[in-house]
Design a protein around this ligand. Structure first.
Ligand code: ADP
Ligand code: ZN
Length: 438
């Protein structure tokens, strides 16, 4: 393991659980007061539930509070959820709109600072220091990825290259010439970069100096991590965030790579059963619900992320005492229900990455034929396999079909397509085409 586990803010990241719970209680109380007094829709909801700010005194009281949904951000677009005068807002970021209409979030100066530190913590955990050269290939703009990573890297004093997304050849040229050591982008783009680097005849470790990558913004599997690590010769670290809460840096992995430490001094996490809305204990998968406790501009109370994961409160050997969240196994919005079975694209991905002869580029095409749902998985053959015998290719097809059947429980039609025929993404990958008419 090459990463030295730097802890950016030991006082906050390694504090005792009791002290943290106390701090969270105080911060939560202040946030609820502020929100109740300044955001009409929150006040109405709390009143409707019969909850007053004085009822909130510790984190155990969190469950008394009403939830917030993405539709609230849309209904209150653009400034209806601000808890400060508009003149205090110094930044607007917006959702990339993976699902539906875009939303915006306003940040005060302090909100930007807090967010910046959250990302600096994540980058430190990935081994970044002021001596590093950080190449940011997340898009710059309303999307939080680019500016978020940029601010965090700059805070560490690292040399930060604001490449933004796109123009893969130029990305690689700069990576080589400037000697970038840390890469920030989506995992799907990291794969694409890795493949292109190799096609260009460049050798990671020699021509390319990357040592680690901080990848997020979309779900990815453990198998995909291994693939990226081998392709680029790096440690591939997971980072999680969403516009509504801050952006990237809400949670991040340490060298142990077993769950992302949540920045709990700024955000409280709960897992709920998405149907009953009851809190679930650590270890049980459910929907992640987040509450910001230091945000001034647009605080979020019990925000339903629709992201599915588990929490892990067992101790971590890195020394951080914060709770960890597991990989996002899917978004409830992303979940496909095919013939009554819940299917997440990440389950299919974990199968495909493990199969020799296919590249981890795929599309899921869902349709309905004679009232029955169908799933077609299009996956690319590797160059070597493409020229191989029909019988070998047929064998791969059968292998994929049977593994998908055993993991997901449904029969899928497998279509093996030519290398490079599935569009590559420079940001968040789009992997589902659902042709069913509801
Ligand atoms: P959207 O994708 O909704 O337009 P954002 O750009 O704010 O808006 O993306 C936030 C969402 O991206 C999260 O709710 C989650 O679904 C996904 N995401 C972010 N980081 C990760 C990650 N490391 N693993 C899985 N999903 C992630
Ligand atoms: Zn750790």
């Amino acid at each position: 393991m090459s990463i030295v586990d730097n802890i950016y803010n030991p006082e906050r990241e390694c504090m005792s659980k009791e002290d943290r719970a106390k701090l969270q209680g105080e911060f939560l109380k202040k946030t609820v007061e502020r929100v109740y007094n300044n955001v009409p829709v929150f006040r109405e909801r709390m009143d409707a539930k019969g909850v007053k700010p004085e009822d909130i005194n510790s984190i155990d009281d969190l469950k008394k509070l009403p939830f917030t949904e993405k539709t609230d951000l849309r209904d209150q677009f653009p400034f209806g959820l601000l808890a400060v005068p508009q003149s205090e807002i110094v930044r607007i970021q917006g959702s990339s709109g993976t699902t539906g209409k875009p939303i915006v979030a306003g940040y005060t100066e302090n909100d930007v600072e807090v967010w910046t530190e959250m990302v600096a913590r994540a980058m430190s955990a990935a081994g970044a220091t002021k001596d590093d050269i950080v190449q940011v290939c997340y898009g710059y703009g309303l999307f939080t990825g680019g500016l978020g990573a940029h601010q965090g890297a700059t805070k560490l004093g690292a040399m930060t290259i604001p490449m933004s997304s796109g123009n893969t050849q130029r990305q690689i040229m700069m990576m080589k010439e400037l000697g970038s050591t840390i890469l920030c982008c989506t995992p799907s783009y990291a794969t694409y970069l890795g493949e292109t680097i190799r096609e260009m005849g460049l050798v990671p470790g020699k021509d390319i100096k990357l040592k680690s990558g901080v990848f997020g913004a979309e779900p990815w599997s453990e198998e995909m991590r291994q693939h990226i690590e081998e392709l680029l010769g790096i440690d591939a670290m997971n980072i999680y965030g969403l516009t509504e809460i801050a952006g990237p840096g809400v949670a991040f992995e340490c060298k142990e790579k077993h769950g992302m430490h949540i920045n709990e001094d700024h955000v409280i996490a709960e897992i709920i059963d998405p149907v009953t809305e009851e809190q679930l204990p650590p270890g049980t998968p459910g929907e992640l619900v987040l509450t910001t406790i230091t945000k001034e501009g647009q605080p979020m109370i019990r925000y339903r992320t629709h992201d599915i994961c588990t929490l892990d409160d067992t101790p971590c050997s890195c020394g951080r005492t914060t709770i960890r969240m597991g990989r996002i196994t899917g978004r409830t919005d992303d979940m496909l229900v095919i013939r009554g079975v819940n299917v997440f694209p990440s389950q299919i991905e974990s199968v495909l990455v493990g199969v020799n002869g296919v590249a981890p580029h795929y599309m899921l095409i869902v349709d309905r034929v004679n009232s029955t749902d169908t799933l077609e998985v299009q996956v690319e053959l590797t160059d070597e396999m493409f020229s191989d015998s029909v019988s070998k290719i047929e064998k791969i097809k059968n292998q994929i079909a049977s593994e998908i059947k055993s993991v997901v429980g449904i029969q899928a039609k497998i279509t093996l397509v030519e290398p490079k025929s599935i569009p590559r993404s420079e940001g968040k990958a789009k992997r589902i085409i659902d042709n069913r008419k509801i």
